[in-house]
Design a protein around this ligand. Sequence first.
Ligand code: ATP
Length: 456
Amino acid sequence: MTDVTMDKIVSLARRRGFVFPSSEIYGGLGSSYDYGHYGVLLKENVKARWLEAMVQERDDIVALDSAIILHPKIWEASGHVSGFTDPLVDCRTCKKRFRADHLGDEQCGRRPSKRPGETTDCDLTEARQFNLMFETRVGPVEETGQRVFLRPETAQGIFVNFKNVAQLARRKPPFGIAQIGKSFRNEITPGNFIFRTLEFEQMEMEYFVPPADADEWYRYWVDERVGWYVRYGIRPESLRVRAHDAEELSHYSSATSDVEYLYPIGWSELEGIANRGTFDLTAHTKASGTTLEWVDGGSGERYVPAVIEPAAGVNRAMLAFLCDAYDEETVGDRERTVLRLHPEIAPVKVAVLPLVPRDAGMAERARALHAELRRVMVAEHDDGGQIGRRYRRQDEIGTPWALTIDEQTLVDETVTIRDRDSLAQDRISIARAREHLIDRLAAPWSPPARAATSDA
Ligand code: ATP
């Protein structure tokens, strides 16, 4: 089995232009990353598949895009100003800072590295609470400007729009509001590549239900969300659901389960599904004076709906897709690294490769085929270097199919289609290539076993 380490993922992501350390020419800024061409395409695919599953394929969920900077009272009502904190511990000896609740997983600043507090030289302060929200000011003058926050989650923008959506979208519970957008957290100990960063994207959906049905819908959404990851190619054995125990539950939640993925750093949260009860709508009703409840136009029945929230991180999902897809294998006497991404998640769907780029007939057909395909999917044309190297490059970015134009194409208008995973090569007619790829993209896909060695 291929040993998938974080170093290998970071190195591939960098080598192929998925993810770069941010502000690199200035020495970098810890735990901020920039996404390059393939990273953007991959990330956009993750978001698109989520939005499809939440909105396009259902009748009961609508989309929203709320502002990042909201009225500061929202964060008081939501409990974030007083309660969105992590306990922080400083070491007076090594000057490093740790999360008090993660001391067992952290390394102290000295060599050889030890756990904070492990040696007699460690001099840890008492834990103090540290708010994770980034603050800024609205208004031109620093001193008089209004203090505001960059949102640490997208959910509150949904709750405060409940009335708008319930009235205008003509939905009745159970119904949901889905939102994708950036969130910001001043994490004490960020790290592990894009797993925990200062700014990240969330995909959150608040599902409003009659309170009596909350538990049933909570269990429904846990299953739905696990199913979504499997549908897009994550191996079921790399996923598990872990229910929070009573001490771990957030102030607003009566039940929460994390969908965890087996990252190279161990089992860690990929997504959280929470039963938030009526906490949020009740809190905003009280603080704003606007009643946030469901009123049935026909019967006059009214109640405050309970909320079930699946909250996923785009970047953590992207990291899970990359880790799960990563494979190394020996083919003949050559080694290759391949990303076995689900075709609908893969940044590029097809590469068009003229076998002999100098040959005018091949070059012309390759250009024409590429122009036809790129109208319906992300397609790359590559005529640089030996064909084997061009295949390896596409393998490393996870392109599921390559179409090669060769001598035979000029004779019978067929091309070779090479499958990234099986390495099978078949011939299909150029005229049918587009339909063929559209069909294969729409077909169900599941990952092959890791490190199958082939002679192809
Ligand atoms: P953790 O316990 O790892 O700090 P959390 O429980 O605080 O995460 P939630 O508030 O439930 O996270 O946020 C929902 C999702 O947003 C998480 O499951 C994760 O995918 C993503 N997320 C949260 N914080 C970060 C971060 N700092 N960087 C990247 N993604 C994040």
